[in-house]
Design a protein around this ligand. Structure first.
Ligand code: PLP
Length: 387
């Protein structure tokens, strides 16, 4: 097809040309002086994006799933119990990761469409008088349902309950798109990856680790090798790694961090909110519903939209991909067939959002849905005009 591919899934996201160009270069020696210099430049910028002075970033050549594993095997010990809040496919998979590693996982199963209520965090932790839970597993943005959780409220609830568990946060689809304040919100480990708000291809699993999590690391007895923080912490300050890093991606990461910081993090977050409101107005104009039950929890990085009666979201997604070269996210797990997801995160602007909405309208029309052509586009345009 001519023209450009519309990659509007909620990650991997579109990569800016600046980042592509930064990576389009010969591979260099990852144990040489130039690579060390590049990495040392990256650490302070990463800390700015995590909004931390006290935290330590650690980067693995992995996807987000590897970073989940690293958050668990470095802070916990064999037989430890964790409390996991499940609000969708990815929070469920985080809990599954902990279970598969042999930890005792107590799950709080909540509706897929809501966030993690702070009161529930307070209640569950208040009940744990013996402080059996060593970690609480949470998620800032549940990518399968398009729902955000207020991490500050989660931290406050843990403090009110006087519980010392570590607060482990999946911000795989949050960091670089949604505000996240590692130090101010008392987050102990934040897990993310390269292919979403960090504007890179898949390939990096990133964490930021608080001093409290580092203390837990010192006591942790879990067997680990590839994801061991220790050799990273020893080698990283000089700019190097215990094994071969995804070195080409580091050129891209350096550039992507510059782009985020040049735009200004607060402007990046405001841009995401503005585009998200436009998409939400379009969904409303179509007469469709988001999976997110509460407007204040609706994600600023994606919209998970429930298809009208009689429409299979997989068919809609196949149609937009095959006929329009527009990739939309599918419904995961029990949401398969019922939901499609529009990603509006990363390197994206108003016109790209409008074109995406126009493509969704064409797709819905082709599926026989009674959605007037142009209705969502117009509602979004009106919002853009006045905002
Ligand atoms: N957590 C969330 C919130 C995600 O959206 C994803 C992937 O989309 C993951 C974890 C897993 O990351 P990966 O697919 O990079 O392993």
């Amino acid at each position: 097809m001519s023209g450009r591919h519309f990659l509007q899934i909620p990650g991997p996201t579109n990569i800016p040309n600046r980042v592509l160009k930064a990576m389009d270069r010969p591979v260099i020696n990852h144990r040489g002086k130039n690579f060390g210099e590049l990495t040392r430049k990256i650490w302070p910028k990463l800390k700015q994006v995590f909004k931390t002075e006290k935290g330590t970033p650690i980067v693995f050549p992995s996807s987000g799933t590897g970073a989940w594993e690293a958050s668990l095997v470095n802070t916990l010990s064999t037989g430890d119990s964790v409390l996991a809040f499940v609000i969708g496919n990815f929070s469920q998979e985080y809990a599954n990761t902990a279970e598969n590693l042999g930890f005792k996982v107590d799950r709080v199963e909540l509706p897929w469409g809501g966030g993690i209520p702070a009161e529930r965090v307070f209640d569950e932790l208040s009940k744990d008088e013996g402080h059996r839970y060593k970690a609480v597993l949470t998620i800032q943005n549940e990518t399968s349902t398009g729902v955000m959780t207020d991490l500050k409220a989660t931290r406050d609830a843990m403090d009110r309950a006087g519980h010392p568990a570590l607060l482990l946060v999946d911000s795989v689809s949050g960091l670089g798109s949604l505000d996240l304040r590692m130090d101010e919100w008392g987050l102990d480990v934040v897990v993310t990856c390269s292919q979403k708000g960090l504007l890179l291809p898949p390939g990096l699993g990133l964490l930021c680790v608080s001093p409290k999590a580092l203390q837990a690391y010192e006591k942790s007895t879990m067997p680990r090798h590839y994801f061991n923080w220790g050799p990273m912490l020893e080698n990283n300050p000089s700019g190097f790694f215990p094994y071969t890093p995804a070195s080409q991606l580091f050129f891209g990461l350096d550039e992507a961090l510059d782009m985020l910081l040049e735009e200004g993090l607060e402007n990046v977050f405001a841009r995401h909110t503005r585009l998200a409101v436009g998409v939400r107005r379009a969904v409303k104009a179509w007469g469709l519903k988001l999976l997110a039950e509460k407007p204040e929890e609706a994600s600023d990085v994606l919209a998970a939209v429930v298809v009208p009666e009689g429409v299979d979201s997989n068919e809609l997604i196949a149609h937009t991909e095959n006929q329009l070269d527009l990739a939309l996210g599918n419904g995961l797990g029990p949401l398969n067939g019922r939901v499609f997801r529009i990603g509006h995160l990363g390197f994206i602007n108003e016109l790209e959002v409008l074109a995406t909405l126009a493509g969704v309208e064409l797709g819905l029309h082709a599926m026989g849905a009674k959605v007037p052509l142009g209705s969502g586009v117009a509602a979004c345009q009106e919002w853009f005009l006045k905002s």
